[in-house]
Design a protein around this ligand. Sequence first.
Ligand SMILES: Nc1ncnc2c1ncn2[C@@H]1O[C@H](COP(=O)(O)OP(=O)(O)OP(=O)(O)O)[C@@H](O)[C@H]1O
Length: 259
Amino acid sequence: MTVSDAPVIEAHGLSKTFGQVAALRDVSLTVSPGEIVVLLGLSGSGKTTLLRHLNGLETPTTGRLRVLGEDMAALRGGELRRLRGRIGMVFQQFHLVGRLTVLENVLTGALAGLRGPRLGIASYPREHRRRALTQLDRVGLLDKSYQRADTLSGGQQQRVAIARALMQQPEILLADEPVASLDPESSDQVMSLLQEIAAERQLTVICSLHQVEIALAWGRRIVGMRSGSIVLDTPAAALTREAAMRIYGRIAASLAEAK
Ligand SMILES: Nc1ncnc2c1ncn2[C@@H]1O[C@H](COP(=O)(O)OP(=O)(O)OP(=O)(O)O)[C@@H](O)[C@H]1O
C-alpha cells in the first residue's frame, strides 16, 4: 500500500452513548481516498454523531478512530484544529450569514488560516478574494457574488456553503443531510456538484442522507445505519431499489418497535 492509498478514515468499534442513549454501537468503517460514501439511515440512526466524530467534534465512549492518518484520541488543541482545517463540512441548514454577501460568506471559509478578525471583503488578502471568486465560479454562482446570501434560493445557498468549505482546500468533505431542505431539482444539482468536485479534486466525500432514491442515484458506496449500528455496506450498483426499501422498512419497523 502506498501513502496515497492509505485509508483516510479508519474507525474500529466506535461506540458513543449520551446518558442512556446509545448513538453509535460498535461502528467500524474504512474509507479510501477519493471515495464517495453515502451514510443512509432514518432520523436518529446516528449519522450526524458519526460525522461529528470524524472531525473531532465528539469523542467516542469506546473504540479507535484514525482520520487522515492521525489518531484522533491523541490530538490536542492546535493539532486538532489543524486536522479540522483539512476537513470541510456542509450542513442541512447551510449556516450562512444571511446579511453578508455571498462572497464574504465564502471568504469566511479561509478564516482559520488568517490572524485577527475581518470586516468586509477588502479586509481579506487579494489571493483569498481571487480564490473565493474561483470557487463561486466553480459552483455556478459568480454572478451572485455581491448579493446578500439570504436573497438566494436554498439550493443556491447550499452551493455557496460548498464553495465556502472548498476555501480551506479540504481533503475530506463531510456533508450532513445537504439536500434535506431542498426541492428535487436543487437536490440533484447539489448532489451532482458534490460528485463532480470529488472527482476533480480526489476529495473524499462522506454524505449523510435519509432518502433511498437519492442515495441510489448518487451514492457509489452506501453505508446503511440503524439504531447506531452499520447494517449495510455495499456498492450502490449492487443494491436494488427493492432491497434498499426492504432495509429501510426494517429500519422503520425497528424504530417503531423502539417507540
Ligand atoms: N448531544 C446529544 N445528547 C443526547 N443525545 C444525543 C446527542 N446527539 C445525538 N443524540 C442522540 O443520538 C441518537 C443519534 O442521533 P443523530 O443525530 O446522530 O442521528 P441522525 O441519524 O443524524 O439523525 P438526524 O438526521 O435526525 O440528525 C439520537 O437518538 C439522538 O437523540
